[in-house]
Design a protein around this ligand. Structure first.
Ligand code: 4NP
Length: 149
């Protein structure tokens, strides 16, 4: 059966679209399904932020086709693993869960690297270099995730 992985951030236009694109690029789509969502509603229906599109393109990944959507409690049923970018989003999602089984699906993305509680910083209000920094840390985390899938 396919493993289903959901990447979650606040807006679903900067970090989680990158995480979706990066992980998709490392897995066999016959075995792993990857999607992303946001906890906020601001950008529903929009394409990823142009700075995320640009940094992904720099590394050979096309995320232009992605469309922002909001996290829904049905995602707890539909996905096996829910990776969140920061603690704020971790708390938001865990509070929406209906069981311990659902809550244990939720993990901080960077914990996949070393079990730490580090966060992927929100690059929205910063410059281009923030997106490069996010790309690199998400890429390392996804390498670790792939090894364990
Ligand atoms: P993301 O970044 O959570 O990585 O998609 C953000 C995008 C938009 C906003 C905040 C963070 N916003 O406030 O509109």
């Amino acid at each position: 059966m396919k493993t289903k992985v959901l990447m979650v951030c606040l807006g679903n236009i900067c970090r989680s679209p990158l995480a979706e694109g990066i992980l998709k690029n490392k897995v066999n789509p016959a075995n792993v399904m990857v999607d992303s969502a946001g906890t906020a509603s601001y950008h529903i229906g929009k394409s990823p932020d142009s700075r995320s599109i640009a940094v992904a393109k720099k590394y050979g990944i096309d995320i232009r086709q992605q469309v922002c959507r909001k996290f829904n409690i049905r995602d707890f049923e539909d996905f096996d693993l829910i990776y969140v970018m920061d603690k704020g989003n971790y708390d938001t999602i865990v509070q929406m869960s209906n069981s311990a089984e659902q809550a244990t699906k939720v993990r901080l993305l960077l914990s996949a690297i070393d079990g730490s509680e580090k966060e992927v910083p929100d690059p929205y209000y910063g410059g281009e270099d923030g997106f490069e920094h996010v790309f690199k840390m998400v890429d390392v985390a996804c390498e670790h995730i792939v090894k364990r899938l």
